[in-house]
Design a protein around this ligand. Sequence first.
Ligand code: FAD
Length: 116
Amino acid sequence: ATPRDCPADVETLGRSSWTLLHSIAATYPKTPTPSEQSDIKSFMRLFAKLYPCWTCAADFQQYIKKEDVRAGSRDEFGNWLCDAHNEVNKKLGKPTFDCSKWEERWRTGWKDGSCD
Ligand code: FAD
């Protein structure tokens, strides 16, 4: 049988969530104020707490405890998030992503005009 499209399964939820998170990184200021830095850190902590896949959430909270959210600049946050995503990729046996390319994937678009 073909899997149902709704409610969202762990994969669909994951893809949509990474899209949201990397897009937030793409629009995060290059030079954030202390309050913007504190907002993104709180957001990530709460996101990890409320993420509606409980085993994913538990591991992600552990990761944030071990690897403090880095949010001193867009580049710093984008790379922190890319590392966090790679940690999940490794756990799931997926290829890791070259983090020097996160901005091309999520902000400026690939130079050849493709999307993935
Ligand atoms: P995704 O991993 O969803 O990635 C989407 C796109 O992002 C890729 O096509 C690629 O273009 C790009 N990308 C890939 N890696 C990176 C990177 N490092 N940096 C920037 N861009 C990148 N699933 C589980 O089964 N178990 C879990 O414990 C689990 N934990 C999760 C924790 C969180 C916080 C989130 C958001 C998701 C989690 N997921 C988990 C879901 C999982 O990560 C995938 O989203 C899901 O398996 C679908 O994978 P995908 O191959 O479509 O690509």
